[in-house]
Design a protein around this ligand. Structure first.
Ligand SMILES: [Zn+2]
Length: 388
């Protein structure tokens, strides 16, 4: 059910032209899920076009969609960081703002406090409900299905959203119409080849576009924006860009010939991912074998995209494991045909060993397990807790 849940957003139509430069010279970048690389500009993107109706339903009510999880994770640190950049470039610091993929509306609420006229778009029903409770003006919809007057906003914010959009170019053109003259567009996207091991991010079906700094700048210039600020975080996980609505589309040749660089990145990343998968397979298999010999009760904590990745590495669904998730919405669902339990069930079921399959919540889950029982042995997929 879980894999189907992710893959069901894909249609059968192959994307035949590059999403940025429209060249039809495309090559396969990797197979699972199918991704293409443009032999002209080097842009890497999903080969199968997600279907809008399926995408809408998926983001609206799928508890497995990663979008809502990321947006729940918009924390004080990130909000402060966003404010720092925006305040530096916008004086006086006020106007009308639209946030695309506003999640629970934490950022918009802060902007509202500062006197901004705020509007949000959020396809996830549960997230948009939280935003509406904050008395924010939020459209529960996809970007492609919302209409605003031209020249409506001074600022558009798009955090961890652009990479999910079915047609990034069309979307940015739409946004450009909504922006006032010299209006600003603030974007954060994952750096597709930035971090040491990108792991599951390249394998998320939800990610239609895999941006690099140059491909994002190229897309922006093609859609009629001038990039005025670019930054990466310390871990090189994300690219942060501030762009201004320019007078018209400028085909910027500087970014148009990235193919060779992009191809070598793809190949390097594929090799790294394979090495990492083999390494994890060795470690996790050895652990599971020992645990099974000891007749221990094994729990897998987390039932999101990383559990799918874990299954890809060791075929976890074949082993006798119990599945756990902190999200109460998942309590009535199943993963790999098995019940999903809540945190209080760890003790009730007498779980002795746990593999954490979550990235953003790894530390929280680790702390939660520690509180639940001191005797549980923990192995974490991403090892941020230093337990592997
Ligand atoms: Zn291209």
């Amino acid at each position: 059910m879980f894999q189907e849940d992710m893959y069901r957003i894909l249609g059968k139509n192959i994307i035949s032209k590059c999403l940025i430069c429209e060249s039809s010279e495309l090559e396969m970048a990797w197979k699972k899920p199918p991704n293409s690389i443009c032999a002209n500009c080097g842009f890497v993107f999903l080969s199968l076009l997600p279907e809008r109706l399926k995408v809408r339903k998926y983001y609206k009510d799928s508890p497995f969609s990663s979008g809502s999880a990321y947006h729940e994770k918009i924390n004080e640190g990130l909000i402060n960081n966003v404010f720092e950049v925006l305040e530096k470039h916008i004086t006086p610091f006020s106007g009308s703002v639209l946030e695309i993929g506003c999640g629970r509306g934490d950022l918009l609420a802060r902007l509202l406090q500062r006197g901004w006229d705020v509007t949000g778009i959020e396809p996830s029903l549960s997230s948009s409900r939280s935003a509406l409770k904050k008395r924010l003006n939020v459209h529960t919809s996809l970007l492609e299905e919302v209409h605003f007057k031209s020249n409506r906003f001074d600022l558009v914010i798009c955090i961890s959203t652009l990479e999910h959009l079915i047609n990034p170019k069309e979307s940015l053109n739409r946004v450009r119409r909504w922006l006032k003259q010299k209006g600003l567009l603030y974007i954060i996207v994952p750096d597709a080849f930035g971090r040491p091991f990108h792991r599951s991010d390249l394998e998320i079906v939800e990610h239609v576009s895999h941006f690099t700094t140059n491909s994002l700048k190229y897309l922006l210039s093609v859609c009629g924006y001038d990039t005025i600020f670019v930054n990466k975080d310390k871990r090189k996980t994300y690219i942060q860009v501030l762009a201004i609505k320019s007078t018209g589309p400028i085909m910027n040749k500087i970014y148009a010939s990235e193919y060779k660089k992009s191809l070598s990145r793809v190949n390097r990343q594929k090799a790294k991912n394979e090495t990492e998968k083999k390494r994890l397979n060795r470690i996790i298999r050895a652990k599971i074998d020992t645990w099974i010999k000891q007749k221990s009760k094994i729990g897998i904590y987390g039932t999101g995209i990383h559990t799918y990745y874990l299954n890809d590495i060791v075929n976890i669904s074949k082993f006798p494991c119990y599945y756990f998730d902190s999200d109460p919405v998942k309590r009535k669902l199943k993963i790999f045909g098995k019940t999903i339990y809540g945190p209080t069930d760890l003790r009730k079921l007498g779980i002795e060993k746990v593999i954490i399959s979550s990235e953003a919540y790894e530390q929280e889950i680790y702390d939660l397990i520690e509180r639940s029982s001191k005797n549980i042995e923990v192995l974490s997929l991403y090892n941020k807790c230093g337990k592997m």
